[in-house]
Design a protein around this ligand. Structure first.
Ligand SMILES: NC(=O)c1ccc[n+]([C@@H]2O[C@H](COP(=O)([O-])OP(=O)(O)OC[C@H]3O[C@@H](n4cnc5c(N)ncnc54)[C@H](O)[C@@H]3O)[C@@H](O)[C@H]2O)c1
Length: 351
């Protein structure tokens, strides 16, 4: 059993609190805004999970009152690095930082990378899709593929962000949060970077290596002070020559979240939230089709993620798809995507 500190009593903070309690962990939930704590107790938690769990202790502020095994940073992106660096000083067993790792051009990003190379704390990034049951199954199927058989990898996370606003009934629209400002970590490229992270995860799983260069087209909404990319489309090439495409938007309804890897032998397809029952994997290989559903609901996404983190804490040699190094690489590619859109040319990723 772990004792966990969760920073941020918003949408993700409540999910992580619920998942931690599901695993029998002691939960202390902190927020700098007392209103957020009140909302958690009176509205978010009971409306999502039926009742408020009185074993969750709520604290105003961010400074730890006790010693914790795991510290989870579930605040807006532009506070992640600063809070994670403070958390490192407490030497917990693990830190989970929500996605995206940070906002664009964060001045402390490089210093953070240096610091994490000196710590024994295991650090994770919250790209939970790549540790879901469907993704785990897909990754196993990909093991048999030869790099030379691969043709193209196409990933999309296209989702109108009304879904996000439905999970935040206390905000009116993107103007009320970081979501409406790409520099704070909002917009399609950063908020829906689960797509890019899945692209990288599949590429690494098939031995295609890191993303080497990108060519991006982004479309921005700029009005009433808002400034966010509503759409981003990226052509990608990896160091071992796999090519593909990524699309993320905050426009499409009903949403479409999928990854399709095309090989000479067939296709390998992941459909996130294919229907209300869960995710779907379709593998078409040498004329045969395997079509499998993986039952899950929204709370399961985070229960699975925390089970994975617990497993890695106890089995220290295992590499994790949500290790912070993968989160850093996703952030580096995001920086290259913005640079490419600005310069209107292919940009090499600066790892
Ligand atoms: N993995 C997922 O699927 C998933 C789902 C939802 C959100 N997220 C990520 O989680 C992060 C937070 O999103 P959210 O939707 O929960 O936001 P939110 O606005 O609902 O909640 C954020 C909370 O953090 C608090 N906060 C802000 N700065 C703080 C600080 N310095 N110290 C303590 N508390 C602070 C705010 O008062 C607010 O209550 C984002 O990075 C988002 O992308 C991930």
């Amino acid at each position: 059993m772990f004792k966990v500190k969760i920073l941020g009593a918003g949408s993700i903070g409540n999910h992580l609190a619920n998942a931690s309690r599901h695993l029998g962990w002691v939960v202390h939930l902190y927020d700098k805004d007392e209103e957020a704590l009140k909302r958690t107790r009176e509205s978010i938690y009971p409306s999502r999970y039926g009742f408020f769990d009185e074993d969750i202790k709520l604290f105003a502020g961010t400074k730890s009152r006790e010693v914790y095994d795991i510290i989870m940073v579930g605040t807006p992106p532009n506070s992640h690095i600063e809070l994670a660096m403070e958390a490192l000083l407490e030497k917990p067993k693990a830190i989970l930082i929500e996605k995206p790792l940070t906002n664009l051009n964060n001045k402390n990003f490089e210093q953070f990378i240096k610091k994490i190379n000196l710590t024994d704390t295991k650090i994770f990034i919250g790209y939970d899709h790549v540790v879901g049951d469907a993704s785990n199954y897909l990754t196993k199927q990909l093991k048999s593929l030869n790099l030379e058989d691969l043709e193209f990898l196409d990933v999309e996370i296209k989702e109108h962000w009304q879904g996000i606003f439905n999970a935040h009934p206390w905000i009116k629209g993107p103007e009320d949060t970081y979501l409406g400002y790409y520099e704070q970590g909002g917009g399609a490229c950063l908020e829906h970077s689960h797509g890019l992270n899945m692209w990288q995860h599949i590429a690494l799983s098939v031995g295609a290596g890191k993303i080497k260069k990108v060519s991006a087209y982004m479309s921005f909404n700029k009005f009433n002070g808002l400034n966010y990319d509503k759409f981003c489309s990226v052509n990608i090439e990896t160091e071992n020559g796999l090519c593909g495409r990524l699309i993320q938007d905050v426009l499409t309804f009903p949403p479409s979240k999928k990854a399709i890897l095309q090989s000479k032998r067939g296709s390998y397809e992941w459909y996130c939230n294919f229907n209300k029952d869960g995710d779907r994997i379709v593998v078409k290989e040498n004329g045969k089709t395997v079509d499998k559903m993986f039952k899950k609901n929204r709370p399961d996404d985070f229960i699975n993620e925390l089970k994975h983190i617990s497993y890695v804490i106890h089995n220290s040699k295992d590499q994790s798809p949500i290790s912070i190094n993968n989160g850093i690489e996703t952030m580096k590619v995001i920086e290259a995507i913005f640079e490419s859109d600005q310069k209107k040319k292919f940009v090499e990723v600066k790892y």
